[in-house]
Design a binder for this molecule. Structure first.
Ligand code: UT7
Length: 322
C-alpha cells in the first residue's frame, strides 16, 4: 500500500520578534464619566483601568493588524517572503466574510501564505500561538505571523457602563520561526462551553453583554490549574518564571493569579490593562510588547502566558521571549 509521507518539521519553535499598534485616541475614565454614570474611582478599584485606546474610523482592524504585523516582521529580522502562514486571532471582524488574514498578509507583501482568522475569544492569540508552534514542529509551516487584533468598540454599546469602560482596541503580533531548542512550551487549552452565554453579543444586538461576576468567579477558581499545568508540561516551576503575562481583563484577577501561583518577587507582572483596557485577543501580545519595549522584560526571559474569555475558552503556555 502506498504510504503518505510527512515532512520532518523542526525540533521546536521560538518567537523571533513582537510588534504592536495602539490607536491614537486615549480615553480616560474622567472622559467616560462625563457621558455615563461611572467614575474614575470605581473603574480603577474594580477593574484597574486608568485609560484605554479607542480606534478612529481610519484605524480599521486590517490597518491595525498590518501595522502590528509589520513591526513584528521588522523585529524578527525576516523578510515578508519568509512567512508561509498567517494566523489572525480576533473576535471583532469588520464583516463575517471574508476573514481578514489573507488581506493583512497581502498588505504586508507576504506571497500566498496559508492564512485564516481564528475566534477563540480573548484566548485567541494564545490558541493561535500554540497552533503556529505546532505547525512549525510538524513541518506544515516554517515561519508564522501570529496577530491578535480587535476593534471591540464596534461590538460594544458605548452607553453601557458595564462594558464600555472595559473594552478597547488595538493589535499585537509576533513572528515565529523554527528552533533547535524548544522555546515555546506545549499549549494547555480547553473550553467550558456550558458557560457560552456569559460573554456574548446576543443575536440581533450590536453590543456585547458580559456576566461579569460569573466570569470573574470562573477565572479565579478554574484557571490557576491551567497555568500550573502549562508550567508542569514545559518542565518549569514558578521560580523559573521571569514574566507573567495573562489576559488583561481585570487587574484584580491578574494580582490574584500571581499570588496563587506563588510567583517569586522578581517576576515581572504585565499590567498593561492600566493603560490599554481589555483588548481581548490583542491583550497578551500588547502586554508583552510593552514590557519588552520598556526594558522590564528582557530577551531570553521565560514568560508564562494565559488567554481566557468568550466561549468560554482558555489557553496557556510558557515561552522564551525574543
Ligand atoms: O475578557 C474576557 C474575560 N472577562 C473577565 O475576566 C471579566 C471578569 N469580571 C470582571 O472583571 C468584573 O466582574 C467586572 C469588572 C466586569 C465588574 O466588576 P464587579 O466588581 O463584578 O462589579 P458588579 O458587576 O458586581 O457591579 C457592582 C456594582 C453594581 O451596582 P449595585 O448593583 O451594587 O448598586 C453595578 O451596577 O457596580 C455597579 N457598576 C458600576 N458602577 C460604576 C457596574 N459598572 C459600573 C461602572 N461604574 N462602570
Amino acid at each position: 500500500m502506498t504510504t503518505i509521507q510527512l515532512p520532518a518539521g523542526a525540533k521546536g519553535a521560538r518567537i523571533l520578534g513582537f510588534g504592536d499598534y495602539r490607536p491614537r485616541r486615549r480615553v480616560t475614565n474622567d472622559e467616560l464619566a462625563r457621558t455615563m454614570d461611572t467614575n474614575d474611582e470605581w473603574i480603577q478599584a474594580r477593574v484597574g483601568i486608568a485609560e484605554r485606546r479607542w480606534a478612529e474610523p481610519d484605524e480599521t482592524l486590517v490597518e491595525m493588524s498590518v501595522a502590528a504585523g509589520g513591526k513584528a516582521l521588522a523585529a524578527s529580522g525576516l523578510a515578508a517572503t519568509d512567512i508561509d502562514l498567517v494566523l489572525l486571532a480576533t473576535t471583532s471582524p469588520p464583516t463575517a466574510i471574508p476573514g481578514i488574514a489573507p488581506q493583512v498578509a497581502h498588505q504586508l507583501g507576504i506571497p500566498r501564505p496559508g492564512a485564516f482568522d481564528l475566534n477563540a475569544g480573548c484566548a485567541g492569540w494564545c490558541y493561535a500561538l500554540g497552533s503556529a508552534a505546532d505547525s512549525i514542529r510538524s513541518g506544515s509551516a516554517r515561519n508564522v505571523l501570529v496577530v491578535g487584533g480587535e476593534r471591540l468598540t464596534d461590538y460594544t454599546n458605548l452607553d453601557d457602563r458595564g462594558t464600555a469602560v472595559i473594552f478597547a482596541d488595538g493589535a499585537g503580533a509576533a513572528v515565529l520561526g523554527p528552533s533547535d531548542v524548544p522555546a515555546i512550551g506545549p499549549v494547555v487549552w480547553g473550553s467550558d462551553g456550558d458557560l457560552h452565554e456569559a460573554i456574548a453579543v446576543p443575536l440581533g444586538e450590536k453590543g456585547m453583554s458580559m456576566a461579569g461576576q460569573a466570569v470573574y468567579r470562573w477565572a479565579t477558581t478554574k484557571l490557576t490549574a491551567t497555568l500550573e499545568e502549562a508550567m508542569r508540561r514545559a518542565g518549569v516551576t514558578p521560580d523559573d518564571i521571569d514574566v507573567f503575562a495573562p489576559h488583561q481583563a481585570n487587574l484584580r484577577i491578574i494580582e490574584l493569579m500571581a499570588k496563587r501561583l506563588k510567583l517569586p518577587e522578581r517576576t515581572v507582572i504585565a499590567r498593561d490593562i492600566v493603560r490599554s483596557g481589555n483588548t481581548s485577543a490583542a491583550s497578551v501580545p500588547l502586554a508583552l510588547s510593552a514590557l519588552l519595549e520598556s526594558g522590564e522584560a528582557k530577551s531570553g526571559d521565560l514568560a508564562l502566558l494565559l488567554g481566557y474569555g468568550a466561549g468560554l475558552t482558555f489557553a496557556g503556555q510558557v515561552v522564551v521571549l525574543p
